[in-house]
Design a protein around this ligand. Sequence first.
Ligand code: EPU
Length: 417
Amino acid sequence: MDKIVIDGGRPLKGRVRISGAKNAALPILISALLTEGWNTYTNVPNLKDIQSTLHLLTNLGARIEIDKDTVRIDAGGLCKHEAPYDLVRKMRASVLVLGPLLARLKKARVSLPGGCAIGARPINLHLKGLARLGASIELKHGYVEASAESLKGNEIYFDIATVTGTENLMMAAVLAEGTTVLRNAAREPEIVAFADVLNQMGAKIEGAGTSIITVQGVSALKPVSVKIIPDRIEAGTFMVAAALTKGDVTLTDCEPGDLEAVMHKLKLTGAAIKVEDKCIRVVGTDQIASVDVKTLPYPGFPTDMQAQFMVLMSVAGGLSIISETIFENRFIHVSELQRMGADITISGDTALVKGIPHLSGAPVMATDLRASASLVLAGLIARNTTEVHRVYHLDRGYEALENKFARLGAAIKRVKV
Ligand code: EPU
């Protein structure tokens, strides 16, 4: 298992290209199941979660060709309807096959993902929604078994706005008879990108980006050729890194419009931010100001940026209150940051972060994707050496993170253990 070793204290300087978005690519690649013929996807990030997705699709009978960041998928030979435990436990987004399998084969057997490090993360709302479209759902031996004679459009209300739940229901509804209305739908940029792709395939979806999405079912979809949107969380992570190291970093190939909340909070900390077309330049300040943050569904501050922002606040000039409202256990990075000297107290869904002058390097353990990123960020400014263990979490969602940081001047390397 690899570890990342960082000698902290170097300001990051230069330009970094932002890769394609993991959370946009996952549902988009899976939507290839809805059609026959070769789909072409470009700007696909090279990540463990993408490999897991392609493995799952191959397992279901799809043909796949990969050339650098281009992935071609033909699901004409779709012959299986099962996502086994071994694949789903590696990547819970595998549950996204439920919608398209039901739509195309009228049956699906998908392992229940179970909880994960950041929370219980049930999929009850996915299942309730599919039942509203006419699917019969049974839970047997740890698996969801879903089947339907035909899917019929209906009104679906999500008790909680769920990103993958909205995507799953969009995929089930595109080939259903009649019209489906998704209320309290998720509004993330990945949902808008996903609706765009489905519409290019011939779907009739309106309202993506608002909380009401209308899907008028069609009889068949056609293959597409699309480019994956930039990863706003990778971009946010580099923006925080620039501010944290008091550096000067320009992000290229990103989508500033998707990062308003992060940019707003970063400006309040004193960082100078300049946006030009698809580039964002972040220049750090010597005096980082403390700022409160509450995670919320888009367009609020993303939960996927909470851990990274907490590192910035751990060396800010005062007190910061960070509230996590999306996942019930997303403070697991705190105990590792405390081992690096951070002064953080947790009370329920709130962390009180008292800024200190510097963190000190330590061996630390990654527990989930964004927690891992926060530990790498902490290592970039900590005195002496930080070793981040269990970096397979990082590899699930960041493309060559250590190489990108090294090119910006960080003393960082991956070591095979
Ligand atoms: N929820 C339910 N029931 C459901 C579905 C969700 O109670 O059936 C709850 C969840 O437990 C959570 C809240 O609703 O408390 C929102 O969860 P959501 O379903 O929106 O999360 P997700 O779709 O499983 C996606 C991203 C996550 C990101 C969240 C929130 C993908 C593949 N994953 O997860 O990304 O944190 O939305 O924005 O799109 C990451 O990239 O590190 C990551 C965890």
